[in-house]
Design a protein around this ligand. Structure first.
Ligand SMILES: [Fe+2]
Ligand SMILES: [Fe+2]
Length: 280
């Protein structure tokens, strides 16, 4: 039954490239020489991104009382790093907004789960005073991207995995690896490589369910692992696998996080969820 690597890679290569305008915005925000005008000019060419920036700048997440209507103000309020995350979100939204029948996830389900995981991962970095907030945001956004490929195989054998999970001690993600040959985390890593994303994103995506003993970027991976679990606990996971992939104790131990810390974080996530503009 396991699928051949070449079949998976063919599907990876058939995925659309990330839009050029978003990639340009990301490159500009990384360049310290860039000024607001340069950035504004590029963003203005992408109406969906420009609208997304204004929507975010006006969301409760940033807590501004007055309405922000100019792109320039939006860029100033959000900052270059947040714009980078938004550009990535705008680039991947059309790819993530799909119905994943194999996971029983509806059209908006993966998108909402990915955005909540991204925002939580960034919040967690802030709380832990880790300098990786923006990388963690993007990793959170993309962590389940491999599901768009694995769903095809699950449609045929998903019920077999669910039956199998009762009489094995393996997690859903481990059973994907075992039964299909590749899990959504591994395949997500292939996609990240295909898109030439930086190695810390490849690691965080590839290992978001099973923290490896050797990881050159262990903090980002562990943060995304925790954020993903909390999103599932909040009921924003949607997939059949949501509660079949446990939170690893060693991720919490890494940052000395307690139950009480997680509850506090979930309360903040609840506030994010009450603002639908964040998930538009
Ligand atoms: Fe996952
Ligand atoms: Fe997830």
């Amino acid at each position: 039954m396991p699928v051949k690597l070449e079949h998976i890679l063919k599907r990876v290569q058939a995925l659309p490239a990330l839009p050029a305008s978003a990639m340009r915005v990301i490159a500009l925000t990384k360049n310290p020489e860039t000024n607001i005008k340069d950035l504004q000019a590029v963003i203005a060419q992408d109406p969906a991104l420009a609208a997304g920036i204004l929507r975010q700048a006006n969301s409760s997440y940033y807590g501004y009382a007055r309405r922000i209507s100019s792109l320039q103000d939006g860029i100033m309020i959000l900052g270059f790093q947040a714009i980078q995350g938004l550009a990535m979100a705008s680039a991947v939204a059309p790819i993530l907004k799909v119905n994943l029948a194999g996971y029983e996830i509806d059209q908006e389900g993966l998108w909402q789960h990915s955005m909540l995981t991204a925002m939580t991962a960034k919040k967690l970095c802030k709380i832990l005073k880790l300098p990786h907030g923006d990388t963690a945001f993007t990793a959170g956004l993309l962590h389940d991207i491999g599901k768009i490929i694995i769903t095809v195989y699950l449609q045929e054998i998903g019920s077999y995995i669910l039956k199998k999970i009762n009489d094995s001690s393996l997690t859903y993600a481990e059973l994907e690896e075992k039964v299909i040959g590749f899990g959504h985390a591994t395949v997500g890593g292939f996609i990240a490589k295909h898109w030439n994303l930086p190695p810390e994103l490849v690691s965080a995506i590839s290992y978001h369910h099973t923290l490896p003993s050797e990881d050159p970027h262990p903090d980002v991976t562990a943060v995304v692992h925790i954020a993903n679990s909390l999103a599932n606990t909040m009921g924003v996971g949607g997939g059949v696998d949501s509660f079949l992939n446990p939170l690893e104790e060693k991720a919490l131990a890494r940052f000395q996080l307690t139950e009480a810390d997680l509850e506090l974080l979930m309360a903040e996530m609840g506030e994010l969820l009450s603002d639908p503009s964040l998930f538009g």
